[in-house]
Design a protein around this ligand. Sequence first.
Ligand code: SF4
Length: 153
Amino acid sequence: MTQPDPHTDPSRPFWQTKSLEELDADEWEALCDGCGHCCMVHLADEDTEEIVETDAACQLLDIPTVRCSDYAHRHRRVPDCQPLTPDRVRAAHWLPETCGYRRLAAGRPLPDWHPLLSEEREAVHAAGASVRYIAHPETDGTPWNVIEWWEEE
Ligand code: SF4
């Protein structure tokens, strides 16, 4: 008996069958787990060009909810805020390993706390995978510290 192709099997959820390029707008948005790591200030090492993440949050990030406070206008208000695209995701090694886009691009499963699996938007925070408890506003005068904990799973 022929086994169904896992990439076209309609019984499987979209994040197991589609590439980043094949996602529609709703699926693209749903793949974000809301961790907020891409909303932190990132710095590039001048010598190595390595990009590191700091605990300083973008001015538009509402830290308690880990939501952008002006999502519709974020690119106009914060010119450094670049929209994620499939090509940018593949090149963005500064995204956390848990990021849904990075996972799908690498053919890896989503973490079990991802809202598409847990159906719980708070699960990312409970899992300690978000910036909720480590971020501070970039303008509050607190020294910026480099964070890199997400590389270990
Ligand atoms: S790092 Fe990925 S999963 Fe986390 S908020 Fe940004 S796009 Fe969403």
